[in-house]
Structures are given as C-alpha cells and as structure tokens.
Design a protein around this ligand. Sequence first.
Ligand code: N01
Length: 542
Amino acid sequence: MIDENAYDVVVVGAGFSGLYAIHRVRQLGLRVRCFEAGDGVGGTWYWNRYPGARVDIESMQYSYSFDDGLQQEWRWPEYFSPQEDLEAYANHVADRFGLRSDIELNARVNRLAFDERANRWHVSTENGHHVTAKYIVAATGSLDAMNLPPFPGLESFGGQWYHTARWPKEGVRFDGKRVGLIGTGSTGIQATPVIAQSAEHLFVFQRTAAYSLPAYNRPTDPAYERAWKADYPQRRAKMFGHFAASYTENDQYRSVFDYSPEERQRILEEAWAARNGLLFMRTFSDISTNLEANEIVAEFVRGKIRATVRDPKVAELLCPTTYPIGAKRICMDTGYFEAFNRDNVTLVDVRANPLAEITPTGLRTTADEYDLDIIVFATGFDAVTGSLTRMNVTGLGGLDLREKWRDGPTTFLGFLVAGFPNLFMIHGPGSPGVLVQMITGGEWQVDYVTKIIEDMERSGRQRIDTAPEWEQRWNVEVEEAAKRTLYNYADSWYVGANIPGKPRIFMIYIGGFDRYIQRCTEQVANGYEGFVFDGSVPAEPR
Ligand code: N01
C-alpha cells in the first residue's frame, strides 16, 4: 500500500529556487511536496512587500532561464521590477508549470529530523503536517529569517508597528501620521522616499550610513527587450559562465591607478550618469580588492551625496565613512538622498545617541523623545543561516544543526552539511548566494542537486553525506576568497555582524559563480570526491 505521506523529495520554500526545484524533481518522475510558510508563492518577493520594494538587477536577467517559451512570452514592464511584478511572475510560473498541486501553503516547517535507520527525513509543519521524505531541498532563502532587535518597551507601544519583511498585504496608510523608520540598509533606503510622500513626518533613525547609487529605473524600452529576447540563449550561456551570474556588455575594466585623477573623475562621472548601481561598482577592477582604489570611488560617491542634500550637516551624516564601498551590499535607490531635502523628513543619528527604548507614544533615544504613530523596522535578517537553523534540524545521532554551527556554519560546497545526509541547501552558507544573480545561481544549484538525486536513484543509493575534513577544506576556500577582497572590513550581515552573538564568519563564497560551478562539477566528476555514500569511509582531502 502506498503511504500517502511518504515522499521522495520535500522542498522547503516556494520562492524562485523552490518553484524550480519542484519542476525539476517532477521531471525525474519522483514524488514531491513543497511546504511554504506564506499563503502565496514568491518567497522573498512574497514577504518583502514594503513601500518601494524593487529588485536591483535588471529583470531581463533576474528571471528564469530554464524554459525559452517562458522567457520569450513574459513581459517586464520596468527595467528593475517592483515587488508586485516579481510576485506576479512567480504566480505565473506556478500556474504555467502546474506546480500548485504540489505546494502546501501556510505551512511553515518547524522540525526536520533524520531517521538514520530508515534513511528518511521526518518533516513537520507548524500547522500539523507530518510527512517523510528521502531527500530535502531546503530552498529557504538567504534573507528570510527577519531580525527584529529586542528593543525594550516594544510591547508597550500604543501605535502600529511593522517589520518590512512581513508587510501586510493590504498595505499601510501613512497620511497624517508621524512615522519612525529604523534601519538604513537597502530596505530602509527604498522605503524612505515612498513613505515620505504621504507621511505627515518621517523620522529616519540611522545607525550606519550606507552607500547608495541611483537605480535609474525606467519603463522597459521595447528595443532593449527585443535585443534580449533575440539573443536569450547566448546571453544566458554567458551568465552561467560569469563570476556574478550576470550579463554585461563589457567587463573589460582596469585598475583605478591606470588613470590620471582627471581621467578617473571623467570615467566615474560617465559611469554615474549611465550605469546602474551594480554596474557602477564595476567601473574599475580593483574597487573591491584595494583600499586606496576603493576610497577614491567612495569619496566620489560621498561627493554626490553632498551635492544632493542641501543641509551640509545632514549630508555629512549621510556620508558613509566607516567601511569601504561595496563591503556591504551596495544599495540602489530612487530619490533617497533627495528625500532629506523635504521639510517632513528628519534624519536622527542613533550612532551618536542610541535608541534607548520604545515608549507607549513613540521612541526614546539617549538624547531625545519622538512621538510616533507608526514604527517601521527595516532592521534586516538573520541572514543565510537563520532560515535553516530556525527549522529545528537534527541529523545523525540527533545532532542539532544549531549546535553543529555554534562556531559558524560549515558546509561542503555550500550545499551539504556533514552529519545531515540527503539534505541539500540552495543558496546555503558557503555558496555564492546573494553575491551573484540569485535566480540563475539558484537554477544552477537546483540542477546540480537534482542531478545528484537522479544519480542516486539510478544507482540505488540511500544516503549521501560528506565529512568534516571536506567541510573544513571548503571553509578554507571560502575564507581565502573573502580575504582577497575588502568584504571583511564591514560589520555586515555577510559576516553575521548584525546579529549580536552570531559568530563572525564570511558566509558566502565570493570566488565567483564560474569558479563555484567548476569546483562543484569537478568534485562529482572525480568520482564524487568528498562525498560519502551509504555510510562508506570518505576519501581524505588531498
Ligand atoms: O537589512 P540590512 P536590509 N538599532 O541588514 C539597522 C537585500 N535587499 O533589509 O548597519 C539601530 O542591510 C542597521 O544598522 P547597522 C540586500 O541583499 C535587496 O536593508 O547594523 N539600527 C541597518 O541600517 C540587502 O543587503 C533589495 O548599523 C539597527 C539596517 O537596520 C539585504 O536584503 C532591497 C539595529 C538593516 O540593514 C538586507 O537589507 C532590500 C538596531 N538595533 C533588501 N539593528 C534590492 O533588491 C539593525 N539596524 C534592492
């Protein structure tokens, strides 16, 4: 008799990687069930529906490549899509490929336990589902577990408060309201100008100023769309061979020091006027690797802030000076700095005067009190590991993933954890994750993992694992790649510095998507070197 609750594969999360994983697993003829915490599909683009939410990579690339019919027929109205267009696209994909019948919505996974005698995972959800599966594909997203710092007094607040990553579907009305926004990362920077348009007054509480570049969003030019669609296969192929999984017309750039100061200024001005944020960061080859080169570009960007913000004191406060440009994810905005020229927007420096408590009527810093009707927390995420550890995962011998990662995450090739067999992570720690264009990166990882599943099913294998020596070796590769850059100079979520007590480890492989593909492919081609099947003895790393 068939056990209705026994699946070959459980996919956790119906974001972009999860949706594609369902599709691929089905193509293998295996039984799949996807559990999704939200009441709709889209993952990041389902949850992050705060005002101004928009992707920072052009949508012609930030989209699936696996089906040419899909990429030819879909139309992106804007160059950088707003959240609602990305959510609509995820829904279209779910319908077009008939994925919904395998997705359980409103089902947050709260327990994953490996049964080593049966070689099966037991999966439970908050709303009472209990199933088993041979394999888990954890497509839980790098930026899913929201970070709400424990501000004292929050429960006493008499107004409304929201976290940007759990924004209500019906939206929030700001007109006539005094609003406090805490956090000036990518999210706060996108939300500020939109909230400012309707709020009676907006107070932006800034702890660290951020580098932000103009998005130059615009309606999609039909000629640009035609060019992409005519050339999609070639461009996608280039993306799969590109260090950032992106397509650029010209990646031939040189050191800052190859140019005279006047030439640099001209190049930067041209790039500022013509290139959107992420491309601007590729103006010179050494921006991310040489502090002196970086400072030249950082100072140029500070000059733009000073030229935009009328009040020199506010402008200076908005100038980031404590870390190199690009060492935190660069932000892209539409009118962020301009918003501080409005009479109804006030910047509050909570580095100098930290937030002390939330009060029944607003918020108190060590210097002042602010009466507020609404507080918006744009305070980010327990990134990369949070969505995995929050699921209560136990592997061989009952080992808890939180315990295993107490001193920082360890993985082999960013997708497998020793002692947690048959559990495949997409965009997991040690993978290129958010440092590459994530839809393409996710597609590649899903293809890789499903190929492994296919191989295992064909050869009758029950269990795939790795060994701590191989994790250590991979961690060294991840660390070495990070050391060649300036990323370690910032207290960012990349290193877990935004969560008190989280071990400081660079959690993302920055050696390049192309290099990552090569490394993953060669380990498999070398007879699955570094992997352990059915409890066999692992090979020693060379
Ligand atoms: O989160 P963040 P985010 N008191 O962690 C502040 C992606 N994304 O949601 O820097 C006061 O970057 C914190 O201050 P500090 C993108 O990858 C993409 O903005 O720690 N302030 C910081 O200012 C991005 O990197 C898009 O000193 C506190 C802010 O909150 C990632 O998501 C759009 C505080 C958090 O910034 C995360 O971005 C949006 C405290 N106790 C997001 N705790 C696009 O595609 C935190 N902060 C464009």
